[in-house]
Design a protein around this ligand. Structure first.
Ligand SMILES: Cc1ncc(COP(=O)(O)O)c(C=O)c1O
Length: 397
C-alpha cells in the first residue's frame, strides 16, 4: 500500500465514533455570538462575573499556606469522594441557621455548583426526561442537562418569582421529573421567589411526587429586604439544594456543595467517584480555614456594600437614559438586571451593533430552552463586574 493510501485508511472518521449523546453538544448561534464579548475594548455587561477586587486574596493565600505548612500530608493526599468532614460539619451548621436540617450524611462537596448540576443530569436525566425550568433560567443548567438528553417545559416568572399556580396544569401536560428553581435573585431574571410561592412549590412537589433542584449561588448577596426561607427547609425530602463559594469568595476556587436526602447523596458519591474521584483536599481544607477564621461575615458585608453601589449605579443610569417603553427588574440582590425592550426590537439582532459600539450583554433567547421567540425582546445585564463609572459610561452611549 502506498504511504498516501495507508494514511487514508487509518484516518479516523471521528463523527461516526461519538457516543449517541454527543450530537446534543452542538454549539448554538447565541454562544457563538457571546465569544464576541471577550474582544479587547468591549465593556461587558454580559458575564456573571464577580468583581475581582472583591476576592479575599490575602485570606485565601494565608489559608492555603497554613494548610500546606501544617497539614500537607493530608492536604496533598487522595481524599474521600464525600468531602472533607470538618468542612461539611461547618456547612451543616451554617445551613441549620437558615432552617435547613442538614447532617453530614446529607452533604457532598463538589467542584463548583456546575458539577452538582451535572450530577443531577447523570443521576436523573435520560433521553426524553422532561425537566421543568423557570423561563428564563440559568444557561449552564440547560447546557449540562441537554447533554444528557433532557427535554424541557418552562414555567414563567413574574415579580414574585416562579408562577407556581401554573405547575399542576404543566405537570398534566408534560409529566416532568423535576423542577429547577432559582429562588434568590434569579439568574437571569433578578427576581426573588416569595415565601408563599416557595410554600406552594413545596406543597406541589410533595403532592405530585416530583423533586426540586434548588440552586442558590446568590442567597448571601442580599442588598435590601429580608431573607426568605430556602425551599429545602419547606420540603427537605423532595429537595436537592446547591450552594457554592463562587459568588461570595471566588469562582476560581471551584468549591461547592449539595444538600440532599442521604440515599441520594450516596448515589451522588458514585456519580462523582466515576468522574473525578474527589474534590481537592488542599482546596477543601483551605476553604474550611477561611470559613472558620471568622472573616466571612465582614467579607460578605463588604461585598454587599460594593455590589449594592454597583446595582444602584446601573439602576440610576437606566432611569436616566433608557427610553420610556423599556422596563427592567430592580433586584434586591444578586448580580443581574433583566431588561424588556419594545417588541419591535430584537435583542439578538442588535447584539452585533452593540458590540460595534463597545458594549456587550446577553440576549434573552440564551436563557430559554425551547422556542426561539421566547426572550427575543429581553436581555440580561450584569452590574457586579464593572465599576460605577464604566457602567454609567456604557449606558450613556
Ligand atoms: C444559577 C447558577 N448556578 C450555578 C452556577 C455555577 O456555579 P459554580 O461556579 O459554583 O460552578 C452559576 C454561575 O454563574 C449560576 O449562576
Amino acid at each position: 500500500m502506498s504511504e498516501e493510501n495507508q494514511k487514508k485508511s487509518t484516518l479516523i472518521d471521528w463523527d461516526s465514533r461519538y457516543a449517541g449523546r454527543v450530537p446534543y453538544l452542538k454549539s448554538s448561534a447565541i454562544r457563538d455570538l457571546l465569544t464576541l464579548t471577550n474582544q479587547p475594548g468591549i465593556i461587558s455587561l454580559a458575564g456573571g462575573l464577580p468583581a475581582p477586587e472583591a476576592f479575599p486574596v490575602t485570606e485565601i493565600k494565608a489559608a492555603f499556606n497554613e494548610v500546606l505548612e501544617k497539614e500537607s500530608t493530608k492536604a496533598l493526599q487522595y481524599g474521600t469522594t464525600e468531602g472533607y468532614i470538618p468542612l461539611k460539619e461547618y456547612l451543616c451548621e451554617s445551613m441549620r441557621k437558615y432552617g435547613v436540617p442538614a447532617e453530614v450524611g446529607n452533604v457532598i462537596i463538589t467542584n463548583g455548583a456546575q458539577q452538582g448540576l451535572d450530577m443531577v443530569g447523570r443521576l436523573f436525566v435520560d433521553e426524553k426526561t422532561v425537566v421543568c425550568t423557570e423561563g428564563p433560567t440559568y444557561l449552564g443548567a440547560l447546557q449540562t442537562w441537554t447533554f444528557h438528553g433532557a427535554k424541557y417545559c418552562t414555567v414563567p416568572i413574574d415579580k414574585e418569582g416562579m408562577r407556581t399556580d401554573l405547575l399542576p396544569e404543566l405537570f398534566r401536560q408534560h409529566h416532568f421529573k423535576f423542577i429547577y428553581a432559582l429562588p434568590n435573585f434569579q439568574n437571569p431574571g433578578g427576581v426573588t421567589m416569595s415565601l408563599e410561592r416557595r410554600q406552594e412549590l413545596a406543597n406541589f412537589a410533595q403532592k405530585y411526587g416530583v423533586f426540586i433542584i434548588e440552586d442558590d449561588p446568590y442567597g448571601n448577596l442580599r442588598y435590601e429586604g429580608k431573607d426568605v426561607a430556602p425551599i429545602v427547609s419547606l420540603a427537605k425530602d423532595n429537595t436537592f439544594y446547591l450552594g457554592t463559594v463562587s459568588k461570595t469568595l471566588a469562582p476560581g476556587l471551584r468549591c461547592a456543595w449539595v444538600v440532599a436526602p442521604e440515599a441520594v447523596i450516596s448515589k451522588n458519591v458514585l456519580a462523582k467517584q466515576s468522574s473525578d474521584l474527589f474534590t481537592s483536599m488542599l482546596l477543601q481544607m483551605a476553604v474550611h480555614k477561611i470559613y472558620t477564621s471568622g472573616m466571612l461575615k465582614d467579607h460578605v458585608a463588604n461585598v454587599r456594600v460594593l455590589y449594592k453601589e454597583r446595582r444602584d449605579a446601573m439602576l440610576t443610569a437606566m432611569d436616566k437614559h433608557m427610553p420610556k417603553d423599556v422596563i427592567w427588574t430592580r433586584p434586591e440582590g444578586g448580580l443581574f438586571l433583566w431588561v424588556t425592550v419594545p417588541s419591535i426590537v430584537n435583542t439578538t439582532e442588535i447584539f452585533e451593533k452593540a458590540i460595534e459600539n463597545g458594549v456587550a450583554y446577553v440576549p434573552g433567547v440564551a436563557f430559554y430552552p425551547n422556542k426561539v421567540e421566547d426572550g427575543l425582546h429581553t436581555m440580561r445585564l450584569n452590574f457586579s463586574y464593572n465599576n460605577p463609572e464604566k457602567t454609567k459610561k456604557v449606558l450613556n452611549v
